[in-house]
Design a protein around this ligand. Structure first.
Ligand code: PXP
Length: 265
């Protein structure tokens, strides 16, 4: 099944028209679901291990995803090393690896050579990445990690809060991209501070673009708040995971990706 998709995806990509805002699909939660049943027993279950994140990624590409994002966490709670290698070998769009600033992850990224790396903070107790990377508070560590990855040919993005000092510091470090954290806005969506959180993001997008950075955004984006998120200025790419994977349970991953793409405009 995976083999058939590989051939037809390549053909489709050559014909597909591109939208202005790109869609990166984060498939971590496919692995979360797999691990819920098969943690530690995947080998003995053989062919029956589902869902397969690679299969999900190929279907997402077929439906118009511009890139596939995975977060290889230190505790390997969802995505496993084998997943990232299989993705690297088989997807036809871009592989974006989210990772913490640790020597173990740098070594792996240099070997794996994803197209881009997004540096994120990592807390063991969080269910998903909760806040942006504090670039200002750990500038030395972030700089040396980013430099090592850039030397190895990767595009480096920093996942940060849309705060002026974080954006300026990201610029100083010399990476080409930032991914602005949309989580606070998403959490405020039905509250009184939605407007101020949107304004914070809007200013962040403008400041980052003025600094010459490519502006991506992600976290908590869903089929409702996308209508407003997509109006942010200078957006290059959105990374969306939970809402797409959740919707795929009812409509299938291709339907879920197509619907999000159509909402991007
Ligand atoms: N971008 C980054 C850097 C993330 O860490 C995450 C969450 O893993 C996402 C985007 C996607 O967030 P969500 O799953 O809420 O769409």
């Amino acid at each position: 099944m995976v083999g058939d998709l590989l051939v037809s995806n390549e053909e489709m990509r050559n014909q597909a028209p591109r939208n202005s805002i790109l869609l990166g699909v984060n498939i971590d939660h496919a692995a979360t679901l797999r691990q819920a049943r098969y943690r530690g027993s995947a080998r003995s279950a053989g062919e029956m291990v589902e869902p397969d994140p690679l299969f999900i990624a190929l279907l997402a590409e077929r439906a118009g995803a511009d890139g596939i994002t995975v977060h290889l966490r230190e505790d390997r709670r969802h995505i496993q090393e084998r997943d990232v290698w299989r993705l690297r070998e088989s997807i036809s769009t871009r592989l974006n690896l989210e990772m913490a600033c640790t020597p173990e992850m740098v070594k792996l990224a240099v070997e794996l050579k994803p197209d881009s790396v997004c540096l994120v903070p990592e807390g063991r107790d969080e269910v998903t990445t909760e806040g942006g990377l504090d670039v200002v508070g750990q500038v030395g560590r972030v700089r040396s990690t980013a430099e090592r990855l850039m030397e190895a040919g990767m595009v480096v993005s920093l996942f940060i809060e849309p705060e002026p000092e974080q954006i300026d510091c990201a610029r100083e470090i010399g990476g080409r991209c930032v991914e602005l954290h949309t989580g606070a806005y998403a959490n405020a969506y039905y509250g009184s501070n939605r407007g101020s959180e949107f304004e914070r993001l809007r200013k962040g997008c403008e400041r980052a673009a003025l600094a010459g950075l490519v502006v991506n955004a992600g976290h908590g984006i869903n089929y409702v708040n996308i209508s407003e998120i997509r109006t942010l200025p200078n957006l290059h790419e959105l990374n969306i995971g939970h809402s797409i994977l959740s919707r795929s349970i009812t409509v299938g991953i291709e339907g879920a990706v197509r619907e999000m793409r159509s909402k991007l405009g």
